[in-house]
Design a protein around this ligand. Structure first.
Ligand code: BT5
Length: 255
């Protein structure tokens, strides 16, 4: 808490040595009425989750796994924008603390360094009528992990692998929360992500690249021209049509 300068984010703090998933825990607490800004941290997760039922590898003692409860007063259409807002905050925090790392944002929810994943964001919301509305933002950052299971060896990296040094997890957590609260306040005052777009486009790893996007049953290929104010990826297809893609998995196309 030494480094925290926020009014709300992280001021309520639940720490667990082990949990299934901090997102699951946060959703329970949010449904019980725990206020905006509460943070749930675990040293390890027995069932850490990615998107679409994927697993987040979460060994003990090394990395950051946490979830933040939000109750944004914006239209629910804008909620998916939070993922990019969080990605920008994490990117800023990494640049503040470790300027030697060249990190980039891979739309919509990853931070990469040297082509490998350093961090993932999983945003979940409850918006059913009659129930209290909330958003849970789950963040996993690889901090001091220096070896990964075989299937992740050429896909994942950590701050330690990138710099050769060990880092304070609590300082990184506080810096992410400080940066996020700032962006979140701005975002609630604005209509969209316009105020942070220049930043996102500058550090977007997909900018100007030929990509292939898997969207459930369809595949879209084209060149990325930018990120829209609503957070969608803007792609120009070979036929010259501009598409705004709001979800999916983007991969670079080999030349
Ligand atoms: C994500 O999913 O990137 C979102 C990850 C969110 C994790 C946090 S930890 C705290 C909170 N509580 C949770 O239960 N979850 C959140 P996705 O884009 O689907 O990426 C998942 C894929 O990343 C996996 O299929 C693996 O290929 C890869 N992966 C798994 N663990 C990883 C790790 N530790 N580092 C890098 N890549 C990993």
């Amino acid at each position: 808490h030494l480094f925290l300068t926020t009014r709300s984010a992280g001021r309520i703090f639940h720490y667990q040595k082990e949990t299934e998933s901090t997102n699951l825990e946060a959703k329970k607490l949010a449904a019980e009425g725990v206020p905006e800004g509460a943070v749930i941290v675990a040293d390890t997760q027995s069932a850490g989750r990615g998107r679409l039922g994927r697993t987040w590898v979460s060994p003990a003692g090394k990395n950051l796994y946490f979830s933040l409860i939000l109750r944004p007063s914006v239209a629910s259409l804008r909620i998916p924008q939070i993922t990019l807002l969080v990605a920008a905050a994490i990117h800023q925090a990494i640049c503040d603390l470790y300027p030697c790392i060249e990190a980039g944002v891979k739309w919509p929810n990853d931070i990469l360094a040297g082509g490998r994943k350093l961090c993932g964001v999983l945003c979940e919301m409850q918006s059913e009528p009659g129930l209290t509305h909330f958003v849970v933002v789950g963040i996993g950052i690889n901090v001091n992990q220096d070896d990964f299971p075989e299937e992740l060896q050429d896909k994942a990296t950590s701050l330690k692998l990138e710099t050769g040094e060990c880092f304070s997890r609590s300082r990184l957590l506080a810096t992410v929360l400080n940066r996020f609260e700032d962006l979140y306040h701005n975002w609630q005052r604005e209509d969209d992500l316009g105020f942070i777009l220049p930043y996102l486009e500058r550090y977007s790893l997909l900018q100007g690249k030929e990509v292939c996007i898997d969207q459930f049953s369809r595949q879209i290929t084209g060149k990325v021209c930018g990120i829209a104010r609503g957070g969608e990826l803007v792609v120009q297809t070979e036929e010259g049509v501009e598409l705004k893609i709001s979800s999916g998995e983007a991969s670079l196309r080999k030349a």
